[in-house]
Design a protein. Structure first.
Length: 250
């Protein structure tokens, strides 16, 4: 009985069967919310993945399609869609068929709208404006175009409008370097110049004292002359006194 086809085998087939070109395409570089270059998140048009007639497909084909879409929804982190698909896979074949025919697109549409709304959190003016216009368009094509291209174009504009870090770095570096250099130069100049006048002045003062040496010498000679005269007078007085004493004795 085909409806008892093992789920594990279906999952294996889902990975072995070549995916649609839209699923396989890789994202090109773009800017993230912090203006860093990253690989873009590519959102697949799930409508192109439905390549079977849902009215005539057997359970095996329905489950294989559901597992392939489930894998895509998880990779793209579409909110609510993986849970809805898993719930449908756990039901009967008719419940799964009904989900794929009627509710899959609506659930996917809601997931895309939530994904667009998430990009507005903490975003710049251009991203918010582009996202709001996309939500107002109320179209799956508009949602996919925004998530795959419009979002990144708006981020380029927002990132270009942000101030660069260069002006803020330059003033902080210049003042810190200039004051530290200027005082040191002034101090060194003051230190080198100040001792020069001081030493020259001291030399001048010592020269003045040396000029007084002749005066000191003259005073010494005068004192010596006076002393010599006193000695001479003392000798004369001694001789006169001796003569008087001789006469007195005689």
């Amino acid at each position: 009985m085909r409806w008892k086809f093992p789920a594990g085998a279906l999952i294996a087939l889902a990975f072995l069967v070549p995916a649609a070109p839209a699923v396989a395409q890789a994202g090109s570089p773009g800017l993230n919310a912090t203006c860093q270059t990253v690989e873009r998140n590519t959102y697949t048009d799930i409508r192109k993945a439905v390549t079977i007639d849902l009215d005539t497909a057997d359970l095996g084909q329905l489950r294989l399609l559901a597992y392939r879409i489930l894998d895509t929804a998880k990779k793209e982190e579409l909110p609510g869609l993986p849970e809805a698909i898993e719930k449908a896979l756990g039901g009967t074949s008719e419940e799964l068929r009904t989900f794929l025919k009627s509710r899959l697109q609506d659930t996917w549409w809601t997931a895309l709208q939530i994904s667009v709304g998430r990009t507005m959190t903490g975003a710049g003016a251009n991203v918010k404006d582009a996202a709001q216009k996309t939500l107002d368009a109320d179209s799956i094509d508009a949602l996919l175009a925004y998530l795959n291209d419009g979002l990144y174009a708006a981020r380029v504009s927002d990132c270009a409008a942000q101030p660069t870090s260069t002006p803020s770095a330059t003033p902080s570096a210049t003042p810190s370097a200039t004051p530290s250099a200027t005082p040191s130069a002034t101090a060194s100049a003051t230190t080198s110049v100040a001792p020069t006048p001081t030493s020259s002045a001291s030399l001048g003062a010592s020269g003045g004292d040396g000029g007084g040496l002749p005066v000191t010498g003259t005073n010494t000679m005068t004192v010596a002359s006076i002393g010599g005269a006193l000695l001479l007078l003392g000798g004369v007085g001694y001789l006169i006194g001796r003569r008087r004493r001789s006469r007195f004795v005689a």
